[in-house]
Design a protein around this ligand. Sequence first.
Ligand code: NAD
Length: 464
Amino acid sequence: MTVFLYGPPASGKTTLGRRLASAIGGEFTDLDEAIVASAGKPIPEIFAESGEAVFRKLESQALEQVSAAVGKFARSVVALGGGTLLDEKNRALCERVGSVICLEAPNADELKRRLEKDGRNRPLGDKSVERAAHYSSFPARLAASFDLENSLVLVGRAIAPTFLEGLPCVVDENVRRLHGERLSRVVDVIPSGETHKTIATVTGIWQSLAKAGLGRRDTVAAVGGGVTGDLTGFAAATFMRGISWVNVPTTLLSMVDASTGGKTGCDLPEGKNLAGAFHSPRLVVIDADFLKTLPSAILRDGRAEMIKHELIGGRQCGVEKGETVGPEAIAENLAVKVGIVREDPFERLGKRMLLNCGHTVAHAVEKLSDYTITHGEAVAIGCVEEARLAERMELAQAGWADEVAAVFAAEGLPTALPDGMDWSKLKPVMRGDKKRSGDVVTFAMPCGWGDTRLVKVDLSESAT
Ligand SMILES: NC(=O)c1ccc[n+]([C@@H]2O[C@H](COP(=O)([O-])OP(=O)(O)OC[C@H]3O[C@@H](n4cnc5c(N)ncnc54)[C@H](O)[C@@H]3O)[C@@H](O)[C@H]2O)c1
């Protein structure tokens, strides 16, 4: 697998290229460095002494050498120059040898900052506008990346097939049916749905990995929603005492939430997610193209979690109107979770509990409905109910809960407890196994946009 990273000057190709090569266990080559090595002088000097035409000739020669050399490696990443593929011959060569992924230009302020910092080495300056049509002619595009301690997260379009090439993968049955052409080596197909999030399915994955001959140094990919990611991640955490894995989430919920943060596991008859481990995927590849086949009800569940992130991170964290959701909105929304996971990777500081915004009520609603209410619907109801509680406890302004309800309702999500369900029924479920601390339950309570607070609530008190 050879990945050529392309994009406007100062879009971050070299920095990302190094990090990506380490995430996939591959070699990294910087084309500019190869040019400098063969010319024996820095790029600004080549431009000043000989002009752009000579530079382009040297660049094409260096690309030919690099493209021949990468064939020796199983995996490699090459950072190209900002104009390398303007030459059609260069483009054809890269597309024949590997895959080209084009980085989006950073926002104007960031681009200016980078060019000012390193302008001496970028003789052509900002070309993102002038070459916009050229850059957008590359179908595989990267909108954003997040560098977490144990994981690199890529967000884009048409990027998954490159990273799945040759990788043994465990795939959700529906994703296999709808996107089978994007997977080159399937080792297990798992049945869809939460009812299959069991240790029996994990055992099946362990056996498939063994039958496929995977060893301790191998990597497995999960391709599916949160169920597939949680199960495959757990199987990877425990197979041969831990092998590395790549997560390719295919639902909106798993893109903005479940795929990042390292939690893996399965359900037990006694409760959800009771067995598991922290085991971060080396690489998370979020490819918005998978969303094209996602049924609208499942997309809507994902939007509920996106709104939850807005309650934590602030309004306008990427919730987009319309039938689908693009990589920019996904990246913006995911940034809320990434920020929290960075601060509290193993849920030891309490910070990560903020991600449970609305979830104390949501879990009780799901359970009381016997799971006929989906998780996303329960999150919408839970956030609104907890916002109402915040108002009653004078932690939020009057009208706050109605404002939250209107945002969920605009996405077609329910905002009120179903008939026959009220707080007197929710309370015993919310106390759950936390009876030892009496009636006190900690809520991650939405009190305003970007203002979710951990609040201890005594359920015997009148506010509830
Ligand atoms: N690990 C974490 O931090 C974390 C966080 C949140 C949720 N979760 C877990 O995630 C799970 C929920 O995830 P989910 O909502 O993705 O559910 P899911 O994995 O069950 O997927 C939902 C449905 O969508 C189908 N599907 C998946 N991708 C598709 C596509 N591209 N096109 C068409 N259909 C597709 C699946 O077959 C399934 O029927 C729960 O088990 C939850 O506990 C984990």
